[in-house]
Design a protein around this ligand. Structure first.
Ligand SMILES: Nc1nc2c(ncn2[C@@H]2O[C@H](COP(=O)(O)OP(=O)(O)OP(=O)(O)O)[C@@H](O)[C@H]2O)c(=O)[nH]1
Ligand SMILES: [Mg+2]
Length: 208
């Protein structure tokens, strides 16, 4: 199903539940017009924005979890494809940006955990690590959160990252407001990652 992938050597992927703002963030990162929407399930195929000369691309993946107007079977097929995509291209993926909705993530995680299920976000965070992609957690929609520090600490706690969240900034945790164009903390995490991976040649893609 995800067969339109350009053959690029280095990639940053955006993953996360539907409607958390991945495509909005993609627009900010690339300056390209990407379809976004107020209902979950807008993106059904990966959006790739690639730069052949630098052999680099950003990829906005479809969301997981509830998708409005999408049948269960199709939704499960999309989840399977996301997992397969990440496994297959893990070697080339410099960063897996797990995008969360800062307003609702903790509530959704706790609801699933209370039912004895592994919450999608927690599962994806650990899955990325398992396949060798170190995740960066972009906590989006921070404009809708009143106590930012408290919320970010809760998110760290749920993902197994020791609070306070500040010790993860610059590397792993980035509070952002993609819709307002405020994504500098994420760019900083990406710059850190690119330097670690000795890909200073790509820093121009993540400089504001
Ligand atoms: N308040 C607020 N809303 C945002 C922010 N970023 C995105 N949104 C809104 O969130 C909704 C979903 O955005 P999308 O970018 O389409 O989300 P997505 O994760 O790509 O969703 P799918 O493609 O369905 O998986 C839209 O109504 C956006 O305008 C933000 O920083 N703050
Ligand atoms: Mg989308």
């Amino acid at each position: 199903m995800f067969e339109n992938r350009p053959n690029r050597d280095a990639e940053v992927v955006l993953v996360g539940r539907s409607n958390v703002g991945k495509s909005t963030l993609m627009r900010e990162l690339t300056g390209h017009d990407v379809s976004t929407g107020s209902k979950p399930g807008v993106t059904r195929q990966p959006n790739h924005f690639d730069w052949a000369a630098q052999d680099f691309m950003f990829t906005d993946l479809p969301g997981f979890g509830f998708m409005s107007g999408v049948e269960d079977e199709r939704r499960e097929q999309i989840q399977t494809e996301i997992v397969r995509y990440l496994e297959e291209y893990a070697d080339r993926i410099l960063a897996g940006v797990l995008v969360l909705d800062g307003k609702s993530a903790v509530e959704i995680i706790d609801r699933h955990a209370d039912r004895g299920e592994v919450p999608h976000d927690v599962e994806m965070f650990h899955f990325l690590r398992e396949v060798g992609i170190e995740p960066i957690v972009a906590v989006n929609k921070m404009d809708k959160v009143d106590d930012a520090d408290e919320r970010l600490n809760e998110i760290c706690d749920r993902l197994g990252l020791y609070p306070p969240w500040q010790q993860w900034r610059e590397e792993t945790v980035a509070p952002i407001r993609a819709k307002r164009g405020s994504i500098e903390p994420l760019l900083e995490c990406l710059r850190t990652r690119f330097r670690e991976e000795k890909r200073d040649d790509l820093l121009g893609f993540v400089t504001s």
